[in-house]
Write a protein that binds this ligand. Structure first.
Ligand code: NAP
Length: 170
């Protein structure tokens, strides 16, 4: 099973945060929905899922998808599967026969997958916004490391959003 990490970055390279005053671009949201639909699933951290749920969440365009929420502490949540680790999320989707696991955030979850070398491909949508102090994506939280990646594609999505796609596990 292939694993794809999808994230929005800011134009100055932060891991983009969003909120009522700085909502995600509609082009990025449409791209997220298209990739999640193509995969038939998405994996999400408990905090991001709660903010999605507050905005109408797992229903609507996502009603037919396998939604996997990662949490060490959350009890069962109706309509989604709750697992305790990135590996369990991947095992669950593999057992259900998915060809692709789509990892949608947030920061802790993305960094957990990257840190454990569980990502085959990343899709970065660079949004036309600058941030101050913020979040970042790293392949190692404790020490400097680097990893060469292969650029697979680069295209504008509209609304000033540019999509970069890289293969990681070369
Ligand atoms: N740029 C983007 O594409 C993007 C996408 C989504 C969200 N975001 C932003 O990201 C931020 C939210 O991210 P976040 O880091 O606060 O939250 P998150 O990654 O959505 O969720 C964190 C929670 O996931 C669980 N978790 C994390 N790592 C785990 C592990 N290794 N094993 C088991 N459970 C684990 C824990 O849940 P429990 O506490 O329940 O144990 C933890 O509290 C917001 O600012 C949001 O706007 C950005």
């Amino acid at each position: 099973m292939k694993t794809i990490l999808w994230a929005t970055l800011t134009a100055n390279g932060n891991y983009a945060q969003s909120g009522p005053e700085n909502p995600p671009k509609k082009e990025a949201l449409a791209d997220f929905a298209a990739h999640a639909k193509a995969a038939g699933n998405f994996i999400v951290g408990r905090r991001t899922f709660e903010s999605m749920a507050g905005n109408g969440g797992g229903g609507g365009p996502f009603a037919d998808l396998d939604i996997v929420v990662i949490s060490k502490s959350a009890p069962e949540i109706p309509g989604v599967i709750v697992v305790g680790s990135p590996e369990e999320a991947l095992n669950y989707l593999q057992q259900k026969g998915h060809q692709t696991a789509f990892i949608s955030g947030g920061a802790d979850i993305h960094n957990a997958f990257l840190g454990q070398g569980l990502v085959d491909e990343v899709i970065f949508n660079v949004a036309p916004v600058l941030e101050g102090k913020g979040l970042n994506l790293v392949i190692d939280k404790d020490q400097y490391r680097y990893k060469q990646v292969e650029l697979l594609d680069c295209k504008p999505l509209g609304g000033g959003v540019v999509q970069l796609r890289y293969a990681i596990n070369l």
